[in-house]
Design a protein around this ligand. Structure first.
Ligand code: EPU
Length: 340
């Protein structure tokens, strides 16, 4: 029997710490719970329903009139192994960083660069979470999903998930139609280290050797120097995606701003650093008039709750940032965070 809370505050279930209520908050343990809430519970055809994982990528702007399904299945199961790889099946409700810590401590490589990312395992394939030259898709082998329509289950291959930069089929065709129940990861017993990205190399000089543990520690050090700790300051990590523009436009901007960080994209496209663009508009450390919300003073891509921010306060800042970036660079910033 699944646990269901009615008309409940979800302040502690979203990392922005926005105090809104949900009509229903259902805790998910196994596919049987979905069947139960379809048959006997609040999930009917016309009810709005969304999945709330670690709440690190959703911004609530008002009370949620519907059903939030919150996975709490947090198992880590060894399913198969050979000389080079181990296959681990992990419940959607497992805290992401607990899983990374488990993998690193057992000597399994592939996700160490994704250390310290807030959120739960179920969101990893949805968002195709990424950091420091690595994306979750590189280690995801299979994703097991449950249909909200009839509770049926299926297992999807990596290809079927249609992974792209911060994107997957779960954000388009499968959005709110399927719940990620568990993810099977293929990790390396003989890991190859990716340490060339950004400041990792520099940070690693502080350690005697390069291994999974030191890479994880280096990343935790870098992240904690730039990103607010969710327990202390509400945020959702990067608020915007790094925009992908035409290489012609990037070259034009580079003529005026030669320091702009760029990354090669797919053909004739270039990805640019949104945080840099926002900083160029003088918005790093910005605080709104009410003093409730602002832009993080160490990483301009992060919008923060300064205390009693409402979802509307955060959205107001996001819209202001979008229009300032558009005016200065003729670039449209797209939120990474889902605004509800
Ligand atoms: N930059 C600035 N000013 C800023 C922020 C960044 O000039 O305020 C410059 C940096 O100096 C650097 C470049 O922009 O040259 C990129 O910055 P950084 O390496 O910090 O990464 P990012 O592009 O801002 C992305 C991810 C992060 C991830 C980091 C590290 C997105 C939207 N964000 O940020 O992911 O941790 O790379 O790989 O892709 C998240 O998604 O929540 C997240 C934190």
């Amino acid at each position: 029997m699944t646990k269901i809370l009615e008309n409940t505050s979800i302040k502690t279930y979203n990392t922005f710490g926005i105090d809104v209520k949900a009509d229903f908050l259902c805790f998910y343990n196994s596919p049987a719970d979905i069947k139960e809430i379809i048959t006997n519970g609040p999930l009917h055809r016309d009810t709005e329903m969304i999945i709330l994982g670690g709440g690190s990528n959703q911004l609530f702007t008002s009370d949620f009139k519907g059903v939030l399904v919150h996975p709490v299945n947090d198992f880590i199961e060894r399913v198969e192994e050979d000389d080079d790889h181990i296959f681990l099946k992990v419940g959607a409700g497992c805290n992401w960083d607990k899983f990374v810590e488990y993998a690193v401590s057992h000597g399994y490589g592939g996700i160490e660069n994704l250390s310290d990312i807030p959120g739960n395992v179920g969101a990893a394939p949805v968002q195709n979470i990424g950091a420091y030259g690595v994306e979750a898709k590189d280690s995801i082998y299979k994703v097991h999903v449950v249909s909200f329509h009839d509770g049926s289950e299926k297992t999807m291959s990596n290809e079927e998930c249609k992974f792209a930069y911060r994107n997957s089929i779960f954000k388009s065709d499968y959005k709110n139609k399927y719940l990620v129940d568990s993810v099977t990861f293929k990790l390396n017993k003989k890991p190859e280290y990716i340490s060339h990205y950004g400041t990792i190399e520099e940070e690693l000089k502080k350690f005697d050797e390069i291994n999974l543990t030191t890479i994880r520690q280096a990343i935790i050090n870098i992240r904690s120097s730039k990103l607010p700790k969710p327990e202390e300051i509400g945020s959702a990590g990067s608020f915007f995606k790094n925009p992908v523009i035409t290489s012609i436009q990037a070259e034009q901007i580079l003529k005026k701003f030669p320091d702009m960080p760029t990354y090669p994209g797919e053909k004739n496209m270039t990805k640019v650093a949104a945080g840099w663009l926002i900083e160029q508009c003088g918005l790093k450390g910005f605080i709104n008039k009410k003093g409730t919300a602002g832009i993080h003073d160490k990483q301009a891509l992060v919008i923060v709750n300064k205390g009693e921010a409402t979802g509307a306060d955060i959205v107001e800042i996001a819209q202001m940032v979008q229009s300032r970036i558009f005016e200065k660079f003729n670039i449209c910033l797209e939120p990474e965070v889902i605004i509800l």
